[in-house]
Write a protein that binds this ligand. Structure first.
Ligand SMILES: [Zn+2]
Ligand SMILES: [Zn+2]
Length: 209
């Protein structure tokens, strides 16, 4: 499997391009903001992007969706519980002082437990609310990897002081959906460096009992 992370925009969101190197089918997880480097890699790699997946509808994760869609023609998917956040992109833009990004049509509403296929790559949708009400993580069991976005970071967890945030729900999502995965599972967070489930289980100060 091909996987590359692009750190994009003023909030340094990690966007993922994941694909099957044989079939050249790919998905984008979180197109980020200012996705020029991601777009160049899609074009240079001649990837056929089948879907653009949102982990959640915060502006730094979704602002570049239209640019990626204009290149690839790919439909966009997210969880329906984040529609309220997606409807508030203008407010989110105002908070951080950037222009309101263009809105794209959501073609696919993700469901908990759904398995997405991209060539031989399989991604399972885990429902991990708390940082955002419709936050999902994508688990690639065959690759021992999870794209956790803003649920779990290296030595930290997602903030819950933004609209729709819920701290106890976030901890519940981490404990029931993420910490049950094998220790060696590589974690790709929405910001900052990668980690593993085992390292966070042992050392993350926000998860200490
Ligand atoms: Zn977020
Ligand atoms: Zn974020």
């Amino acid at each position: 499997m091909f996987h590359r992370v692009f750190t994009l925009g003023q909030l340094q969101c990690n966007a993922s391009l994941l694909g099957d190197e044989e079939t050249r089918e790919a998905v984008v997880i979180d197109p980020g903001e200012q996705p020029r480097a991601l777009i160049d890699a899609i074009r240079d790699g001649e990837w056929r992007v089948k879907e653009i997946l949102f982990t959640h509808a915060h502006i730094d994760h979704v602002a570049g969706a239209l640019e990626v869609q204009q290149l690839t023609g790919a439909p966009v998917a997210m969880h329906p519980a984040d529609l309220g956040l997606y409807d508030s992109l203008a407010e989110q833009a105002a908070w951080i002082g950037m222009p309101t990004p263009p809105r794209v049509e959501i073609a696919h509403w993700l469901e908990e437990g759904e398995v997405l296929e991209c060539g031989s790559v399989r991604l399972k949708v885990l429902f991990t609310p708390g940082h955002a009400p419709g936050h999902v993580s994508f688990y690639l069991a065959d690759q021992a990897m999870i794209v956790s976005a803003d649920v779990l970071f290296r030595a930290s967890i997602g903030r819950t002081d933004l609209p729709g945030g819920n701290h106890s729900q976030l901890l519940e999502s981490i404990r029931t959906q993420l910490l049950v995965l094998p220790d060696e599972t590589r974690v790709i967070p929405g910001h900052g460096p990668a980690t593993t489930i085992g390292l966070e289980r042992r050392t993350n100060p926000f998860l200490a009992d």
